[in-house]
Design a protein. Structure first.
Length: 198
């Protein structure tokens, strides 16, 4: 199976790569490193990626950024960072990718715990994560040729201690458990699901 992994060099991406690379053809993609480069905020860059990689079976996205900061100082421009990257970037990976993916393939997107358990400074990511999950559920009923789509929603992960102070009372999620959710989404049989890893 040919798997495109975007964000392959990131905290979560590295663990996903380790979980799938032995049994599958893994195409590592990043904004600055990897077999191919992509800017998920650019439809032209996404289109080029798909043409360069060729037909594929699975796309896993573990990339996308948003704004983290106090609401009283947040501007429309700040808020748009999450819309353009983590939301529209992932939506466009599917909108464009549906024309390149092989039948019975799958898309796996990433949201996060802030969709339902907000913290101070996280209003942008809460909104974006919830929208990604809604898109995944809706796209699942329209994707053709047996193509599946799911969303993985991790909590704060154990390999990101810099975020721990912003998530008081949250128990960091083991990376093995996070990687397993992506494997289940990408290689399993379900569609239209949000796999919560809290």
């Amino acid at each position: 199976m040919k798997i495109i992994l975007i964000g392959a060099s990131g905290t979560i991406g590295r663990r996903i790569a380790a979980a799938v690379e032995k049994d599958h053809e893994l195409v590592r993609v990043g904004s600055k490193s990897g077999d191919f480069r992509v800017d998920i905020g650019s439809t032209e860059s996404i289109e080029k990626l798909y043409w360069d990689v060729g037909p594929f079976d699975t796309l896993i996205n573990a990339a996308g950024s948003g704004h983290f900061g106090p609401l009283h100082a947040m501007t429309a421009e700040d808020f748009r960072k999450g819309l353009d990257s983590k939301l529209l970037g992932q939506v466009n990976l599917v909108l464009i990718g549906q024309h390149h993916i092989r039948p019975k393939g799958s898309f796996t997107l990433t949201s996060g715990i802030l969709a339902e358990d907000p913290v101070p400074y996280g209003a942008n990511l809460s909104a974006v994560n919830a929208a990604v999950e809604a898109f995944g559920r809706a796209a699942a009923i329209e994707l053709e040729n047996g193509v599946r789509i799911n969303v993985v929603s991790p909590g704060v992960v154990e390999d990101s201690p810099g975020y721990f102070p912003f998530f008081p009372g949250h128990i960091p999620v083991p990376m093995e458990k996070v990687a397993a959710a992506y494997v289940k989404s990408a290689l399993g049989a379900q569609t239209g699901q949000v796999f919560k890893v809290y």
